[in-house]
Design a protein around this ligand. Sequence first.
Ligand SMILES: [Mg+2]
Length: 185
Amino acid sequence: VTSAGRGAIFLDRDGVLNDPVWRDGAPASPRRATDFRIAAGAADAVRRLRAAGLPVFVVTNQPDLARGTLGAGEHARMLSMLRAAVPVDDVAVCPHDDADGCACRKPKPGMLEELAARHGVALARSVMVGDSKRDLEAGRHAGCRTILLRRDYNRGLEADTVVETLGEAVDEILRNQRGECDVVQ
Ligand SMILES: [Mg+2]
């Protein structure tokens, strides 16, 4: 992990950029494009990050692809809907399940590391924003600062910062960025 280079913002998808669906009483990933809803405020939050010069990347586990409960076509349609509505710079998808032993499934940091290498981003200056333990651990393993969006379903998780909404996470990131600039100058 190098501290040279610019930082980026890594965002989880389900429960951060789009509303989760509820399956067996737990938040889950939508399996049909007709169930895919962009979260309120998500597009505005991402626009603010990019206006501040921060690249924004999505890192999402989609194990239903490996399990056969999510079709490739529906998945592609949902990603198209996301990218049409929210101006992110790049998206990494892990289509695997635990048994595949991949390097990308969060809590592993593979997707963050690959995007960082592809875009020349310093992970030590980057932030991972998510709503699950897997997100926070992936961010920590990659050497990023972590921000948790607090939900009823994730009480008790610890992160560097805990906020209620993605908009508040962006407020915090931009405050922090300004603070770091003051020190450098
Ligand atoms: Mg999530």
